[in-house]
Design a protein around this ligand. Structure first.
Ligand SMILES: Cc1cc2nc3c(=O)[nH]c(=O)nc-3n(C[C@H](O)[C@H](O)[C@H](O)COP(=O)(O)O)c2cc1C
Length: 367
Protein backbone atom coordinates (compact mmCIF):
# COMPACT_ATOMS: atom_id res chain seq x y z
CA UNK A 1 0.00 0.00 0.00
CA UNK A 2 1.35 3.47 -0.77
CA UNK A 3 1.95 6.16 1.82
CA UNK A 4 -1.01 8.11 0.46
CA UNK A 5 -3.27 5.17 1.43
CA UNK A 6 -2.25 5.74 5.06
CA UNK A 7 -2.44 9.52 5.06
CA UNK A 8 -5.71 9.42 3.03
CA UNK A 9 -7.28 8.02 6.20
CA UNK A 10 -6.71 11.25 8.11
CA UNK A 11 -6.17 14.79 6.79
CA UNK A 12 -3.19 15.84 8.96
CA UNK A 13 0.09 13.87 9.14
CA UNK A 14 -0.24 13.55 12.92
CA UNK A 15 -0.66 10.27 14.78
CA UNK A 16 -1.47 10.14 18.50
CA UNK A 17 0.74 7.35 19.83
CA UNK A 18 -0.92 4.38 21.46
CA UNK A 19 -0.04 4.59 25.17
CA UNK A 20 -0.74 1.52 27.28
CA UNK A 21 -1.37 1.81 31.01
CA UNK A 22 -4.60 3.78 30.69
CA UNK A 23 -3.20 6.85 28.89
CA UNK A 24 -4.66 6.63 25.36
CA UNK A 25 -8.30 6.29 26.39
CA UNK A 26 -11.14 6.42 23.81
CA UNK A 27 -11.85 10.09 24.65
CA UNK A 28 -8.29 11.01 23.65
CA UNK A 29 -8.33 8.97 20.43
CA UNK A 30 -11.74 10.44 19.51
CA UNK A 31 -10.62 14.04 20.11
CA UNK A 32 -7.54 13.52 17.91
CA UNK A 33 -9.55 11.78 15.17
CA UNK A 34 -12.21 14.51 15.17
CA UNK A 35 -9.45 17.12 14.75
CA UNK A 36 -8.09 15.29 11.68
CA UNK A 37 -5.22 13.29 13.21
CA UNK A 38 -5.08 9.53 13.68
CA UNK A 39 -6.16 8.50 17.20
CA UNK A 40 -4.94 5.19 18.65
CA UNK A 41 -6.07 2.76 21.32
CA UNK A 42 -3.43 0.71 23.15
CA UNK A 43 -4.36 -2.94 23.64
CA UNK A 44 -1.27 -3.59 25.79
CA UNK A 45 -1.97 -4.96 29.32
CA UNK A 46 -5.74 -5.11 28.64
CA UNK A 47 -7.95 -8.14 28.30
CA UNK A 48 -9.40 -8.95 24.87
CA UNK A 49 -12.84 -8.02 26.19
CA UNK A 50 -11.48 -4.75 27.61
CA UNK A 51 -10.13 -3.97 24.13
CA UNK A 52 -13.47 -4.82 22.52
CA UNK A 53 -15.29 -2.48 24.94
CA UNK A 54 -12.84 0.35 24.22
CA UNK A 55 -13.29 -0.04 20.47
CA UNK A 56 -17.06 0.06 20.96
CA UNK A 57 -16.78 3.18 23.08
CA UNK A 58 -14.49 4.89 20.58
CA UNK A 59 -16.91 4.09 17.74
CA UNK A 60 -19.70 5.72 19.76
CA UNK A 61 -17.57 8.89 20.02
CA UNK A 62 -16.38 9.23 16.43
CA UNK A 63 -16.94 7.78 12.98
CA UNK A 64 -13.41 8.77 11.89
CA UNK A 65 -10.66 6.21 11.24
CA UNK A 66 -8.48 5.13 14.19
CA UNK A 67 -5.85 2.56 15.08
CA UNK A 68 -5.29 -0.20 17.65
CA UNK A 69 -1.82 -1.20 18.88
CA UNK A 70 -0.88 -4.74 19.96
CA UNK A 71 2.15 -6.00 21.91
CA UNK A 72 3.86 -9.02 20.35
CA UNK A 73 4.19 -12.17 22.53
CA UNK A 74 7.61 -12.45 24.18
CA UNK A 75 10.06 -15.38 23.99
CA UNK A 76 11.03 -17.34 27.13
CA UNK A 77 14.00 -16.12 29.18
CA UNK A 78 16.75 -18.53 30.10
CA UNK A 79 17.69 -16.55 33.22
CA UNK A 80 14.91 -16.85 35.81
CA UNK A 81 17.44 -16.38 38.64
CA UNK A 82 17.90 -12.73 37.72
CA UNK A 83 14.20 -12.06 38.34
CA UNK A 84 14.42 -13.71 41.79
CA UNK A 85 17.42 -11.55 42.68
CA UNK A 86 15.55 -8.43 41.52
CA UNK A 87 12.55 -9.47 43.63
CA UNK A 88 14.84 -9.55 46.70
CA UNK A 89 16.19 -6.14 45.79
CA UNK A 90 12.63 -4.77 45.64
CA UNK A 91 11.59 -6.18 49.04
CA UNK A 92 12.11 -2.80 50.72
CA UNK A 93 9.80 -1.14 48.16
CA UNK A 94 7.08 -3.71 48.85
CA UNK A 95 7.38 -3.02 52.59
CA UNK A 96 7.33 0.75 52.03
CA UNK A 97 4.20 0.62 49.85
CA UNK A 98 2.65 -2.04 52.12
CA UNK A 99 1.97 -4.42 49.25
CA UNK A 100 3.16 -7.77 47.91
CA UNK A 101 5.26 -7.97 44.75
CA UNK A 102 3.42 -9.28 41.69
CA UNK A 103 3.75 -12.79 40.25
CA UNK A 104 6.41 -12.57 37.53
CA UNK A 105 4.87 -15.57 35.74
CA UNK A 106 1.54 -13.86 35.03
CA UNK A 107 1.75 -14.46 31.27
CA UNK A 108 4.02 -13.41 28.43
CA UNK A 109 1.75 -13.15 25.37
CA UNK A 110 -0.49 -10.26 26.50
CA UNK A 111 -3.51 -12.19 25.16
CA UNK A 112 -2.22 -11.72 21.60
CA UNK A 113 -4.35 -14.39 19.88
CA UNK A 114 -7.56 -13.34 21.61
CA UNK A 115 -6.94 -9.67 20.77
CA UNK A 116 -6.18 -10.53 17.15
CA UNK A 117 -9.46 -12.45 17.03
CA UNK A 118 -11.28 -9.31 18.23
CA UNK A 119 -9.62 -7.28 15.47
CA UNK A 120 -10.46 -9.84 12.78
CA UNK A 121 -14.08 -10.14 13.94
CA UNK A 122 -14.49 -6.35 14.17
CA UNK A 123 -11.95 -4.93 11.71
CA UNK A 124 -10.53 -1.51 12.48
CA UNK A 125 -8.87 0.82 9.93
CA UNK A 126 -5.29 0.58 11.29
CA UNK A 127 -3.37 -1.89 13.49
CA UNK A 128 0.22 -1.41 14.69
CA UNK A 129 2.53 -3.83 16.51
CA UNK A 130 5.15 -3.17 19.20
CA UNK A 131 8.04 -5.44 20.37
CA UNK A 132 8.40 -7.54 17.24
CA UNK A 133 7.19 -8.59 13.81
CA UNK A 134 3.87 -10.34 13.29
CA UNK A 135 3.81 -13.35 10.98
CA UNK A 136 3.09 -12.87 7.26
CA UNK A 137 -0.15 -14.84 7.82
CA UNK A 138 -1.38 -12.43 10.50
CA UNK A 139 -0.53 -9.43 8.34
CA UNK A 140 -2.26 -10.99 5.36
CA UNK A 141 -5.42 -11.80 7.34
CA UNK A 142 -5.61 -8.20 8.56
CA UNK A 143 -5.10 -6.92 5.02
CA UNK A 144 -7.95 -9.13 3.83
CA UNK A 145 -10.09 -7.59 6.59
CA UNK A 146 -9.28 -4.15 5.11
CA UNK A 147 -6.85 -3.11 7.88
CA UNK A 148 -3.69 -1.08 7.26
CA UNK A 149 -0.76 -2.56 9.24
CA UNK A 150 2.39 -1.05 10.77
CA UNK A 151 5.14 -2.24 13.13
CA UNK A 152 7.61 -0.30 15.25
CA UNK A 153 11.32 -0.49 14.40
CA UNK A 154 14.38 0.89 16.18
CA UNK A 155 17.04 -0.25 13.67
CA UNK A 156 17.33 -0.65 9.88
CA UNK A 157 17.51 -4.47 10.30
CA UNK A 158 14.20 -4.48 12.15
CA UNK A 159 12.71 -2.36 9.34
CA UNK A 160 13.87 -4.95 6.79
CA UNK A 161 12.24 -7.72 8.84
CA UNK A 162 8.95 -5.79 8.89
CA UNK A 163 9.11 -5.24 5.13
CA UNK A 164 9.85 -8.94 4.54
CA UNK A 165 6.86 -9.97 6.68
CA UNK A 166 4.59 -7.82 4.52
CA UNK A 167 3.42 -4.90 6.74
CA UNK A 168 2.14 -1.78 4.98
CA UNK A 169 4.38 0.73 6.81
CA UNK A 170 7.02 1.12 9.55
CA UNK A 171 6.96 3.26 12.66
CA UNK A 172 10.54 4.45 12.97
CA UNK A 173 11.10 5.06 16.67
CA UNK A 174 14.14 7.09 17.68
CA UNK A 175 15.89 6.72 21.01
CA UNK A 176 14.35 10.07 22.08
CA UNK A 177 10.93 8.40 22.39
CA UNK A 178 8.97 8.21 25.64
CA UNK A 179 7.82 4.82 26.94
CA UNK A 180 9.07 1.46 25.71
CA UNK A 181 11.46 1.14 22.82
CA UNK A 182 9.85 -1.22 20.35
CA UNK A 183 13.12 -3.18 19.97
CA UNK A 184 12.24 -6.61 18.55
CA UNK A 185 14.59 -8.65 20.78
CA UNK A 186 15.92 -7.01 23.94
CA UNK A 187 19.46 -8.31 24.18
CA UNK A 188 21.43 -6.59 26.96
CA UNK A 189 24.67 -7.62 25.29
CA UNK A 190 23.87 -5.46 22.26
CA UNK A 191 24.65 -1.78 22.11
CA UNK A 192 21.74 -0.06 23.79
CA UNK A 193 22.74 3.51 23.31
CA UNK A 194 19.96 3.66 20.67
CA UNK A 195 19.70 5.62 17.43
CA UNK A 196 18.43 9.19 17.13
CA UNK A 197 15.31 9.70 15.02
CA UNK A 198 16.82 11.63 12.07
CA UNK A 199 19.77 9.24 11.81
CA UNK A 200 17.41 6.27 11.91
CA UNK A 201 14.97 7.61 9.28
CA UNK A 202 17.90 8.08 6.87
CA UNK A 203 19.20 4.54 7.58
CA UNK A 204 15.78 2.94 7.13
CA UNK A 205 15.29 4.79 3.84
CA UNK A 206 18.43 3.23 2.39
CA UNK A 207 17.04 -0.31 2.67
CA UNK A 208 13.24 -0.18 2.93
CA UNK A 209 10.66 1.39 0.64
CA UNK A 210 7.68 1.31 2.97
CA UNK A 211 6.04 4.54 4.15
CA UNK A 212 7.50 5.81 7.42
CA UNK A 213 5.76 7.14 10.50
CA UNK A 214 8.39 8.93 12.62
CA UNK A 215 8.32 8.86 16.44
CA UNK A 216 10.50 10.17 19.23
CA UNK A 217 10.81 13.55 20.92
CA UNK A 218 8.41 15.36 18.56
CA UNK A 219 6.56 18.14 20.40
CA UNK A 220 6.27 21.04 17.90
CA UNK A 221 5.02 21.44 14.32
CA UNK A 222 8.50 22.55 13.22
CA UNK A 223 9.86 19.13 14.26
CA UNK A 224 7.08 17.40 12.32
CA UNK A 225 8.11 19.47 9.27
CA UNK A 226 11.68 18.25 9.79
CA UNK A 227 10.75 14.56 9.80
CA UNK A 228 8.46 15.01 6.77
CA UNK A 229 11.36 16.72 4.97
CA UNK A 230 13.55 13.75 5.97
CA UNK A 231 11.16 11.35 4.22
CA UNK A 232 8.48 10.40 6.77
CA UNK A 233 4.81 10.40 5.75
CA UNK A 234 3.51 11.23 9.23
CA UNK A 235 4.68 11.83 12.81
CA UNK A 236 3.60 9.85 15.88
CA UNK A 237 3.56 11.82 19.14
CA UNK A 238 3.19 10.29 22.59
CA UNK A 239 4.40 12.64 25.32
CA UNK A 240 2.75 15.67 23.66
CA UNK A 241 -0.65 13.90 23.83
CA UNK A 242 0.01 12.42 27.28
CA UNK A 243 -0.09 16.02 28.59
CA UNK A 244 -3.52 16.82 27.08
CA UNK A 245 -6.78 17.13 29.02
CA UNK A 246 -8.34 13.94 27.59
CA UNK A 247 -5.35 11.70 28.27
CA UNK A 248 -5.89 9.16 31.03
CA UNK A 249 -2.42 9.72 32.54
CA UNK A 250 -2.29 10.33 36.29
CA UNK A 251 -2.45 14.08 37.10
CA UNK A 252 0.94 13.98 38.84
CA UNK A 253 2.49 12.33 35.76
CA UNK A 254 1.17 15.14 33.56
CA UNK A 255 2.44 17.79 35.99
CA UNK A 256 5.86 16.12 36.27
CA UNK A 257 6.50 16.60 32.52
CA UNK A 258 7.12 20.32 33.00
CA UNK A 259 8.11 20.30 36.68
CA UNK A 260 11.68 21.69 36.90
CA UNK A 261 12.37 19.03 39.55
CA UNK A 262 12.58 16.50 36.69
CA UNK A 263 15.48 17.60 34.54
CA UNK A 264 16.28 14.39 32.73
CA UNK A 265 14.88 11.25 31.13
CA UNK A 266 16.67 7.91 30.93
CA UNK A 267 16.15 4.53 29.30
CA UNK A 268 15.53 2.03 32.07
CA UNK A 269 14.51 -1.57 32.70
CA UNK A 270 13.62 -0.78 36.33
CA UNK A 271 9.82 -0.95 35.92
CA UNK A 272 9.28 -3.56 33.20
CA UNK A 273 12.52 -5.34 32.34
CA UNK A 274 12.62 -3.76 28.85
CA UNK A 275 14.26 -0.45 27.96
CA UNK A 276 11.74 2.39 28.30
CA UNK A 277 12.28 6.13 28.62
CA UNK A 278 10.98 7.92 31.68
CA UNK A 279 11.66 10.93 33.88
CA UNK A 280 14.42 10.10 36.34
CA UNK A 281 12.73 9.74 39.74
CA UNK A 282 13.78 7.89 42.89
CA UNK A 283 12.67 4.42 41.76
CA UNK A 284 14.35 4.67 38.36
CA UNK A 285 17.53 6.12 39.88
CA UNK A 286 17.80 3.44 42.58
CA UNK A 287 16.81 0.31 40.68
CA UNK A 288 17.62 1.14 37.04
CA UNK A 289 21.33 0.29 37.30
CA UNK A 290 20.77 -3.40 38.12
CA UNK A 291 17.28 -4.20 36.79
CA UNK A 292 17.46 -7.38 34.64
CA UNK A 293 16.47 -7.72 30.98
CA UNK A 294 13.36 -9.77 31.77
CA UNK A 295 10.16 -8.49 30.21
CA UNK A 296 7.35 -9.06 31.03
CA UNK A 297 8.39 -10.71 34.33
CA UNK A 298 9.65 -7.44 35.81
CA UNK A 299 6.51 -5.66 34.55
CA UNK A 300 4.35 -8.14 36.50
CA UNK A 301 6.67 -8.01 39.53
CA UNK A 302 6.49 -4.22 39.90
CA UNK A 303 2.80 -3.80 38.96
CA UNK A 304 1.53 -3.63 42.60
CA UNK A 305 4.33 -1.16 43.51
CA UNK A 306 3.42 1.15 40.62
CA UNK A 307 -0.25 0.86 41.49
CA UNK A 308 0.36 1.70 45.15
CA UNK A 309 2.61 4.64 44.25
CA UNK A 310 -0.03 5.98 41.84
CA UNK A 311 -2.76 5.57 44.45
CA UNK A 312 -0.69 7.56 46.93
CA UNK A 313 0.17 10.15 44.24
CA UNK A 314 3.84 9.36 44.96
CA UNK A 315 5.62 10.70 41.90
CA UNK A 316 8.92 9.14 43.04
CA UNK A 317 7.61 5.58 42.76
CA UNK A 318 5.60 5.74 39.51
CA UNK A 319 6.73 4.94 35.96
CA UNK A 320 6.80 8.50 34.57
CA UNK A 321 7.18 7.62 30.89
CA UNK A 322 8.26 10.65 28.89
CA UNK A 323 10.23 11.45 25.75
CA UNK A 324 13.22 13.76 25.60
CA UNK A 325 10.99 16.68 24.58
CA UNK A 326 8.89 16.51 27.76
CA UNK A 327 9.57 20.07 28.89
CA UNK A 328 7.76 21.32 25.76
CA UNK A 329 4.51 19.62 26.84
CA UNK A 330 1.39 21.78 26.61
CA UNK A 331 -1.68 21.45 28.79
CA UNK A 332 -4.33 21.73 26.05
CA UNK A 333 -7.41 19.84 24.88
CA UNK A 334 -6.15 17.19 22.41
CA UNK A 335 -8.12 18.60 19.46
CA UNK A 336 -6.63 22.03 20.12
CA UNK A 337 -3.14 20.51 20.27
CA UNK A 338 -3.70 18.99 16.81
CA UNK A 339 -4.77 22.42 15.51
CA UNK A 340 -1.73 24.16 17.00
CA UNK A 341 0.64 21.49 15.64
CA UNK A 342 -0.95 21.78 12.18
CA UNK A 343 -0.53 25.54 12.13
CA UNK A 344 3.10 25.31 13.35
CA UNK A 345 3.75 22.66 10.70
CA UNK A 346 2.22 24.84 7.95
CA UNK A 347 4.32 27.80 9.03
CA UNK A 348 7.53 25.76 9.12
CA UNK A 349 6.76 24.05 5.80
CA UNK A 350 6.08 27.38 4.08
CA UNK A 351 9.33 28.78 5.45
CA UNK A 352 11.17 25.69 4.13
CA UNK A 353 9.56 25.94 0.69
CA UNK A 354 10.21 29.66 0.34
CA UNK A 355 13.97 29.57 0.84
CA UNK A 356 15.80 29.04 -2.39
CA UNK A 357 19.06 28.78 -0.46
CA UNK A 358 19.58 27.28 2.96
CA UNK A 359 20.47 29.83 5.65
CA UNK A 360 24.16 30.17 6.47
CA UNK A 361 25.71 31.11 9.75
CA UNK A 362 25.88 34.91 9.96
CA UNK A 363 22.76 35.48 7.84
CA UNK A 364 21.20 37.38 10.72
CA UNK A 365 18.09 36.19 12.46
CA UNK A 366 19.41 32.81 13.61
CA UNK A 367 16.78 31.02 15.73
C1 LIG B 1 3.15 6.66 28.43
C2 LIG B 1 3.57 6.01 27.15
C3 LIG B 1 3.06 4.75 26.83
C4 LIG B 1 3.39 4.15 25.61
N1 LIG B 1 2.81 2.95 25.29
C5 LIG B 1 3.00 2.46 24.03
C6 LIG B 1 2.23 1.34 23.58
O1 LIG B 1 1.40 0.80 24.30
N2 LIG B 1 2.45 0.88 22.32
C7 LIG B 1 3.35 1.49 21.47
O2 LIG B 1 3.49 1.06 20.32
N3 LIG B 1 4.08 2.55 21.87
C8 LIG B 1 3.91 3.05 23.12
N4 LIG B 1 4.61 4.16 23.51
C9 LIG B 1 5.64 4.74 22.59
C10 LIG B 1 4.98 5.64 21.54
O3 LIG B 1 4.35 4.86 20.55
C11 LIG B 1 5.99 6.54 20.82
O4 LIG B 1 7.01 5.78 20.23
C12 LIG B 1 6.62 7.59 21.72
O5 LIG B 1 5.67 8.15 22.59
C13 LIG B 1 7.23 8.69 20.87
O6 LIG B 1 8.04 9.53 21.64
P1 LIG B 1 7.48 10.83 22.39
O7 LIG B 1 6.82 10.33 23.61
O8 LIG B 1 8.71 11.61 22.66
O9 LIG B 1 6.51 11.52 21.46
C14 LIG B 1 4.30 4.80 24.72
C15 LIG B 1 4.81 6.05 25.06
C16 LIG B 1 4.45 6.67 26.24
C17 LIG B 1 4.99 8.04 26.54
Amino acid sequence: MSSSALTDLFPHPIVQAPMAGGVSVPQLAAAVAEAGGLGFLAAGYKTADGLYQEIKQLRSLTSRPFGVNLFMPQPEHAETGAVEVYAHQLAGEAAWYETELGDPESGRDDGYDAKLAVLLDNPVPVVSFHFGVPSPEVLESLRRAGTFTLATVTTADEALAVQRAGADAVIVQGVEAGGHQGTHRDNPENDHSGIGLLALIAQVRTCVNLPIVAAGGLMRGSQIAAVLAAGASAAQLGTAFLATRESGAHAVHKQALTNPLFVRTELTRAFSGRPARGLVNRFLHEHGPYAPAAYPEVHHLTAPLRKAAAKAGDVQGMALWAGQGHRLARDLPAGRLVEVLVSELAEAWTALSEVSEYPRFGDGDVR
